[in-house]
Design a protein around this ligand. Structure first.
Ligand code: GRF
Length: 208
Protein backbone atom coordinates (compact mmCIF):
# COMPACT_ATOMS: atom_id res chain seq x y z
CA UNK A 1 0.00 0.00 0.00
CA UNK A 2 1.30 3.41 -0.97
CA UNK A 3 1.26 5.78 1.98
CA UNK A 4 1.01 9.16 0.29
CA UNK A 5 -0.51 9.00 -3.20
CA UNK A 6 1.29 11.86 -4.93
CA UNK A 7 4.21 14.05 -3.92
CA UNK A 8 2.83 16.87 -1.83
CA UNK A 9 3.62 19.46 0.78
CA UNK A 10 2.94 17.56 3.99
CA UNK A 11 0.85 19.06 6.73
CA UNK A 12 2.23 17.99 10.09
CA UNK A 13 0.99 17.97 13.67
CA UNK A 14 3.92 17.57 16.05
CA UNK A 15 3.46 16.27 19.59
CA UNK A 16 6.20 16.84 22.16
CA UNK A 17 6.52 16.67 25.94
CA UNK A 18 9.91 18.29 26.43
CA UNK A 19 12.67 20.41 25.00
CA UNK A 20 11.66 19.86 21.38
CA UNK A 21 15.04 19.59 19.68
CA UNK A 22 13.61 17.16 17.11
CA UNK A 23 10.71 19.51 16.50
CA UNK A 24 13.30 22.25 15.98
CA UNK A 25 15.33 20.13 13.56
CA UNK A 26 12.20 19.40 11.51
CA UNK A 27 11.28 23.08 11.50
CA UNK A 28 14.81 24.05 10.36
CA UNK A 29 14.74 21.43 7.57
CA UNK A 30 11.50 22.97 6.30
CA UNK A 31 13.02 26.46 6.48
CA UNK A 32 16.10 25.35 4.55
CA UNK A 33 13.87 23.84 1.88
CA UNK A 34 15.06 20.27 2.55
CA UNK A 35 11.66 19.09 3.73
CA UNK A 36 8.51 19.87 1.78
CA UNK A 37 6.16 20.28 4.72
CA UNK A 38 4.48 22.68 7.05
CA UNK A 39 4.07 22.27 10.79
CA UNK A 40 0.46 23.22 11.32
CA UNK A 41 0.31 22.70 15.07
CA UNK A 42 2.49 21.71 18.01
CA UNK A 43 0.67 19.95 20.83
CA UNK A 44 2.12 19.23 24.24
CA UNK A 45 0.81 17.37 27.25
CA UNK A 46 3.13 19.44 29.46
CA UNK A 47 2.54 23.15 30.10
CA UNK A 48 6.24 23.74 30.77
CA UNK A 49 7.50 22.00 27.60
CA UNK A 50 10.16 24.06 25.87
CA UNK A 51 8.70 22.83 22.59
CA UNK A 52 5.63 25.03 23.19
CA UNK A 53 7.83 28.11 23.59
CA UNK A 54 9.74 27.26 20.41
CA UNK A 55 6.50 26.86 18.46
CA UNK A 56 5.26 30.24 19.68
CA UNK A 57 8.56 31.80 18.61
CA UNK A 58 8.11 30.32 15.13
CA UNK A 59 4.47 31.48 14.96
CA UNK A 60 3.18 27.92 14.88
CA UNK A 61 -0.07 27.21 16.75
CA UNK A 62 1.02 25.84 20.12
CA UNK A 63 -1.49 23.99 22.26
CA UNK A 64 -1.18 22.56 25.73
CA UNK A 65 -3.74 19.81 26.16
CA UNK A 66 -3.54 18.60 29.72
CA UNK A 67 -4.35 14.90 30.23
CA UNK A 68 -5.29 15.74 33.83
CA UNK A 69 -8.29 17.71 32.55
CA UNK A 70 -9.86 14.44 31.33
CA UNK A 71 -11.17 11.65 33.48
CA UNK A 72 -9.79 8.85 31.29
CA UNK A 73 -7.03 8.34 28.76
CA UNK A 74 -9.74 7.62 26.16
CA UNK A 75 -11.38 10.99 26.75
CA UNK A 76 -8.05 12.77 26.55
CA UNK A 77 -7.19 11.02 23.30
CA UNK A 78 -10.65 11.70 21.88
CA UNK A 79 -9.96 15.38 22.45
CA UNK A 80 -6.58 15.02 20.71
CA UNK A 81 -8.26 13.32 17.75
CA UNK A 82 -10.87 16.08 17.56
CA UNK A 83 -8.29 18.85 17.66
CA UNK A 84 -5.89 17.21 15.21
CA UNK A 85 -8.67 16.27 12.78
CA UNK A 86 -9.69 19.92 12.80
CA UNK A 87 -6.26 20.84 11.43
CA UNK A 88 -6.54 18.33 8.58
CA UNK A 89 -2.94 17.09 8.78
CA UNK A 90 -1.27 14.28 6.82
CA UNK A 91 0.90 13.01 9.64
CA UNK A 92 1.16 13.12 13.41
CA UNK A 93 4.83 13.36 14.33
CA UNK A 94 5.78 12.32 17.86
CA UNK A 95 8.94 14.12 18.90
CA UNK A 96 9.71 13.26 22.49
CA UNK A 97 6.05 12.72 23.35
CA UNK A 98 6.31 10.72 26.55
CA UNK A 99 3.00 8.85 26.57
CA UNK A 100 1.95 5.55 25.10
CA UNK A 101 -0.64 6.23 22.40
CA UNK A 102 -3.89 4.30 22.75
CA UNK A 103 -5.95 2.38 20.23
CA UNK A 104 -8.73 4.95 19.74
CA UNK A 105 -6.15 7.48 18.54
CA UNK A 106 -4.30 4.98 16.36
CA UNK A 107 -7.45 3.63 14.71
CA UNK A 108 -8.25 7.15 13.68
CA UNK A 109 -4.79 7.85 12.28
CA UNK A 110 -3.80 4.51 10.78
CA UNK A 111 -0.27 4.66 9.34
CA UNK A 112 -0.26 8.37 10.06
CA UNK A 113 1.57 8.44 13.39
CA UNK A 114 5.36 8.31 13.46
CA UNK A 115 7.92 8.41 16.26
CA UNK A 116 11.65 8.59 16.75
CA UNK A 117 13.39 6.35 19.26
CA UNK A 118 17.02 6.68 20.42
CA UNK A 119 18.06 3.07 19.74
CA UNK A 120 18.16 0.58 16.91
CA UNK A 121 14.78 -1.07 17.38
CA UNK A 122 13.79 -3.70 18.30
CA UNK A 123 16.63 -3.30 20.83
CA UNK A 124 16.23 -1.13 23.90
CA UNK A 125 12.61 -0.06 23.78
CA UNK A 126 11.06 2.25 26.36
CA UNK A 127 12.81 4.74 28.58
CA UNK A 128 16.58 5.34 28.87
CA UNK A 129 17.41 3.54 25.65
CA UNK A 130 20.92 5.01 25.62
CA UNK A 131 21.59 3.80 29.18
CA UNK A 132 20.25 0.36 28.27
CA UNK A 133 22.66 0.22 25.32
CA UNK A 134 25.64 1.16 27.50
CA UNK A 135 24.68 -1.33 30.19
CA UNK A 136 24.28 -4.10 27.64
CA UNK A 137 27.67 -3.31 26.16
CA UNK A 138 26.67 -3.07 22.52
CA UNK A 139 29.27 -1.68 20.11
CA UNK A 140 26.67 0.04 17.95
CA UNK A 141 23.35 1.64 18.72
CA UNK A 142 21.53 4.46 16.95
CA UNK A 143 18.07 5.79 16.30
CA UNK A 144 14.92 4.63 14.54
CA UNK A 145 12.02 6.41 12.87
CA UNK A 146 9.01 4.12 12.97
CA UNK A 147 5.26 3.97 12.69
CA UNK A 148 3.48 3.93 15.98
CA UNK A 149 1.35 0.94 16.83
CA UNK A 150 -0.18 -0.09 20.12
CA UNK A 151 3.02 -1.55 21.53
CA UNK A 152 5.95 0.26 23.06
CA UNK A 153 8.25 1.20 20.14
CA UNK A 154 7.13 -1.82 18.12
CA UNK A 155 5.68 -0.34 14.91
CA UNK A 156 7.09 -0.85 11.37
CA UNK A 157 10.52 0.71 10.87
CA UNK A 158 10.91 3.51 8.33
CA UNK A 159 14.54 4.58 8.76
CA UNK A 160 17.47 3.86 11.07
CA UNK A 161 20.90 5.33 11.63
CA UNK A 162 23.80 3.59 13.34
CA UNK A 163 25.93 5.26 16.01
CA UNK A 164 29.11 3.66 17.38
CA UNK A 165 29.47 3.22 21.13
CA UNK A 166 32.95 4.11 22.40
CA UNK A 167 34.69 2.44 25.33
CA UNK A 168 34.77 5.66 27.32
CA UNK A 169 31.21 6.76 26.49
CA UNK A 170 28.91 7.89 29.22
CA UNK A 171 25.16 8.35 28.87
CA UNK A 172 25.46 12.08 28.18
CA UNK A 173 28.00 11.73 25.39
CA UNK A 174 26.18 8.84 23.74
CA UNK A 175 22.81 10.59 24.02
CA UNK A 176 24.23 13.66 22.32
CA UNK A 177 25.76 11.67 19.46
CA UNK A 178 22.50 9.81 18.89
CA UNK A 179 20.53 13.05 19.06
CA UNK A 180 22.65 14.52 16.26
CA UNK A 181 21.63 11.57 14.10
CA UNK A 182 17.98 11.91 15.13
CA UNK A 183 18.08 15.48 13.88
CA UNK A 184 19.17 14.18 10.47
CA UNK A 185 16.97 11.16 9.93
CA UNK A 186 13.63 12.44 11.17
CA UNK A 187 13.20 15.08 8.49
CA UNK A 188 14.69 12.74 5.87
CA UNK A 189 12.08 10.10 6.69
CA UNK A 190 9.32 12.72 6.52
CA UNK A 191 10.62 13.90 3.15
CA UNK A 192 10.11 10.35 1.83
CA UNK A 193 6.42 10.73 2.68
CA UNK A 194 6.33 14.11 0.97
CA UNK A 195 7.87 12.59 -2.15
CA UNK A 196 5.29 9.79 -2.13
CA UNK A 197 8.03 7.15 -1.98
CA UNK A 198 6.86 5.07 0.97
CA UNK A 199 4.94 1.81 0.72
CA UNK A 200 3.95 -0.54 3.50
CA UNK A 201 3.64 -4.30 3.22
CA UNK A 202 2.88 -5.96 6.55
CA UNK A 203 5.68 -4.86 8.85
CA UNK A 204 7.94 -3.88 5.99
CA UNK A 205 8.23 -0.27 4.89
CA UNK A 206 9.55 -0.02 1.35
CA UNK A 207 11.25 3.08 -0.03
CA UNK A 208 10.90 3.43 -3.80
C1 GRF B 1 14.68 12.03 21.76
O1 GRF B 1 15.83 11.36 22.20
C2 GRF B 1 13.76 11.05 21.06
O2 GRF B 1 14.44 10.01 20.42
C3 GRF B 1 12.95 10.50 22.20
O3 GRF B 1 12.76 11.59 23.06
C4 GRF B 1 13.82 12.52 22.90
C5 GRF B 1 13.19 13.84 22.60
O4 GRF B 1 14.11 14.88 22.55
N1 GRF B 1 11.73 9.92 21.71
P1 GRF B 1 13.66 16.30 22.02
O5 GRF B 1 12.51 16.78 22.91
O6 GRF B 1 13.25 16.18 20.59
O7 GRF B 1 14.86 17.18 22.20
Amino acid sequence: MKLVEKPKKLKLAVMASGRGSNFDAIYQAIKRGDLNAEIIVLISDKAEALALKKAEKYNISALHINPKDYSTKEEYEQELVKVITGYDVDLVVLAGYMRLIGSAFLQHFKHQVVNIHPALLPSFTGLHAQRQALEYGVKYTGCTVHFVDEGMDTGPIIMQSVVAVYDDDDETALTERILNEEHQIYWQALQLFAEGRLYIKGRQVIIK
